[in-house]
Design a protein around this ligand. Structure first.
Ligand code: FAD
Length: 448
């Protein structure tokens, strides 16, 4: 397919956000009699799923301490549920299993889930939690647990399959998706700051509107837009912090234990919910019994036929480098720097064994050949920025929360059609200067 010389809507990135925006925008243009998918071009320097969306574990959950995130996730779950087959979505539910230090905060999540009609069960107290968990898995043995939030909705989806589901639907609406087209710069209007064209490795494309869904590469597109590298933030305490770097990187660590995924069914033979455990109980090695950590730790896992085993991860680590110098490419499993090593494998397999007896002594089955993990680019408060810059550039910077947020593209499309979204309002860039920051939780993960 040749590169068009001009297009009304140019979308950069064929990940979950770019593709979801393209699909929903095409549908809305057609419905409103204002155009069609033929007005939309998606370009990707790699291909569909070449970024974070294509390697995501695929967990879809509502469990967030921030009310605005919960409402947004509930909206996204509706989108997943609208076509589970095309999106390869498995609505098995999700469990947040927590220690006492998180008990109260998770309790408020449950209360607010009730308020928005998102079905969940909340179990409190060590004995009742143990009873609930052994009712599901007779070998449950995690220690230090005093609350269990069992979300009945959510679950997980298969990463690339869902992206092709989105892409097929978008192409059926007339959207063009071009691989191997890298945006290297923008042209700006002479009388305004608006972008008038994309400059790419395959030529120039004039455009009226730009949407950026570039995942971890957002930092590069942000620079091309000449947006600030450092910003001023009014903290929740009212203090003003100057010169805070706009972007930072964390490395996500994930892996697969190469056992039969069927071995992790519930007592009654069903596919289990996605399990997320945080605990402050000491973690001992499943290999030699040595202490791995006595600090708060967490893991998540699910049986996954796509990955071929029990797939999941643990808390990510901060990349301690100048964000401008972090090597994002080659990305994901192809990166020589940002993939998991033996320490992660030892720790994660020991975590699995800590939680369920069936995983004891299984470390030798870890799938070493399947390299996993990858970078995420985070905002200063670790929450998304969904906003318009330079008059006609919509930036979707999800701060790595985002595979589950398939519904964001639908809301962005709505905004491109001229209708403001209440759900996106708490994620504007202006919140940093105004001090309208999201509350933070006690979770060891930066995105809870
Ligand atoms: C290991 C890992 C596990 C994760 N697990 C989960 C999970 O279980 N649940 C969850 O909700 N989230 C998860 N995430 C986070 C989630 O994957 C991301 O937040 C989300 O996929 C980002 O989507 P995106 O569309 O913004 O970007 P991406 O999927 O990264 O897509 C961006 C695309 O833009 C293209 N691109 C970049 N620069 C240019 C350019 N200059 N020109 C043209 N194209 C360009 C890239 O090639 C890429 O294909 C995980 C992330 C990682 C790394």
């Amino acid at each position: 397919m040749t590169l068009p010389r001009s297009v009304k809507y140019a979308i950069i990135g064929a990940g979950v956000h770019g593709l979801s925006t393209a699909l929903h925008l095409a549908q809305m243009l057609k419905k409103g009699g204002r155009g069609s998918g033929a007005d939309i071009l998606v370009v990707d320097k790699g291909s569909i799923g070449a970024g974070a969306s294509g390697i995501a574990c695929g967990v879809v959950r509502n469990n967030y301490y921030q009310p605005a995130m919960r409402e947004l996730m509930a909206h996204s779950v509706e989108v997943w549920e609208s076509d589970p087959k095309a999106y390869s979505y498995h609505p098995v539910g999700y469990m947040q299993i927590s220690p006492e230090v998180m008990h109260e905060q998770v309790g408020t999540i449950h209360e607010q889930q009730k308020a928005i009609g998102y079905e969940s069960v909340f179990i409190e107290g060590a004995a009742d939690c143990q009873k609930y968990m052994t009712g599901l898995f007779d070998d449950w043995q995690a220690k230090g647990i005093t609350s269990v939030l069992h979300e009945k909705k959510g679950g997980y989806a298969n990463n690339t399959a869902s992206l092709y589901g989105l892409a097929n639907k978008a192409e059926a609406e007339g959207v063009r998706i071009l691989s191997g087209v890298e945006v290297t710069d923008f042209e700006f209007g002479s009388n305004s700051g608006a972008v008038t064209a994309l400059v790419t490795n395959r030529g120039r494309v004039a455009c009226d509107h730009v949407v950026i869904g570039a995942g971890p590469w957002v930092i590069k597109l942000w620079d091309m837009l000449e947006l600030p590298k450092a910003i001023t933030i009014k903290g929740r305490d009212g203090k003003v912090h100057e010169n805070v770097p706009m972007w930072k990187f964390w490395c996500l660590e994930e892996g697969t234990l190469g056992v039969d995924p069927e071995m992790h069914k519930t007592n009654d033979g069903r596919m289990p919910p996605v399990i997320h455990v945080d605990t402050d109980a000491p973690l001992y090695s499943d290999v030699d019994g040595s202490l791995i950590t006595d600090k708060l730790w967490g893991l998540y896992y699910k049986p996954d036929f796509n990955f071929g085993g029990i797939q999941g991860g643990a808390s990510p680590y901060k990349v301690d480098q100048d964000p401008d110098k972090v090597a994002i490419d080659p990305y994901g499993p192809d990166s020589p720097d940002f993939i998991v090593g033996d320490d992660f494998i030892h720790m994660w397999c020991s975590m699995l064994a800590h939680c369920q007896k069936r995983f004891e002594g299984k470390i030798s089955l870890y799938k070493h050949k399947e390299r996993s993990g990858g970078l995420g680019c985070f905002t200063p408060d670790n929450f998304p920025v969904f906003d318009t810059f330079r008059e006609n550039v919509y930036v979707i910077a999800d701060s790595n929360h985002g595979y589950k947020m398939i519904g964001v593209g639908k809301l962005v499309a709505q905004e491109l059609m001229g209708e403001k979204s209440k759900l996106l309002e708490p994620f504007r860039f202006g919140r940093f200067a105004k001090g309208e920051l999201h509350p933070t939780s006690h979770s060891p993960f930066p995105w809870s």
